[in-house]
Write a protein that binds this ligand. Structure first.
Ligand code: IMP
Length: 200
């Protein structure tokens, strides 16, 4: 059995990770079991991959276990890829989701629906050694709606309309969201790569 540290305190993410790896000989250990108090790890990378590696390497250096970490965000074409790695703090360091969504809507004020293309991206890494890691990526394309719709999910969900749908992520059933989302795709990709590495 491989012990896999998960560099996240998010319970939703933990159960998704456990679910996707349920057929593998892997025991997922949450970060809260590895540190006396969960550390604030500064995500100062310029890409999702860099940020995921910063988090995973921090935990790997502390405990020596294979460590999984992810980073994700929203890239809006009209805004040259912003908010990107700054998605969580788009409206300022200690801002909330509402402020971020408001800022995004005003940055796109007057821009018609056909020029509001965007994508969510998620990168997941598993650090397996000092200079070794597995990485996977998932992308979900869509567009930014003209006003917030729906109340499910989190973050930019009320503004993001995935391609092929007329509803936002916040209006879709969680199972539907997970089956098309950037995180769902990255986890599916990771499952295959982990399986190949574990079999070696
Ligand atoms: P993190 O990867 O959990 O740190 O997420 C970074 C930020 O990206 C979040 O705070 C959200 O603002 C945004 N984000 C990432 N994934 C999603 C999603 O599935 N829905 C809505 N917002 C998301």
């Amino acid at each position: 059995m491989i012990k896999l540290a998960a560099a996240t305190g998010n319970k939703g993410k933990l159960s998704e990770i456990r679910e996707i790896l349920r057929d593998e000989p892997v025991e997922v250990v949450p970060i809260s079991e590895l540190f006396d108090s969960v550390p604030e790890i500064e995500e100062n990378g310029s890409t999702f991959l860099e940020n995921a590696l910063i988090k995973a390497r921090y935990v790997f250096d502390h405990c020596g276990l294979w460590t999984l970490a992810d980073d994700s965000g929203l890239e809006v074409d009209y805004l040259g890829g912003a908010p990107g790695v700054k998605s969580a703090r788009y409206a300022g360091e200690s801002c909330n989701t509402e402020a971020n969504n408001k800022k995004l809507l005003s940055a796109l004020s007057g821009v018609p629906l056909e020029r509001r293309q965007a994508c969510f991206k998620c990168v997941i890494v598993v650090v397996t050694g000092k200079d070794r890691y597995i990485s996977s990526e998932g992308v979900c394309r869509g567009r930014i709606g003209l006003s917030p719709q729906g109340s499910a999910g989190f973050g930019y969900d009320p503004l993001f309309i995935p391609d092929g749908f007329n509803s936002t992520f916040a209006q879709l059933d969680t199972t539907v969201k997970n089956s098309i989302s950037h995180r769902g795709k990255a986890l599916a990709d990771l499952k295959e790569k982990m399986h190949a590495v574990i079999k070696q």
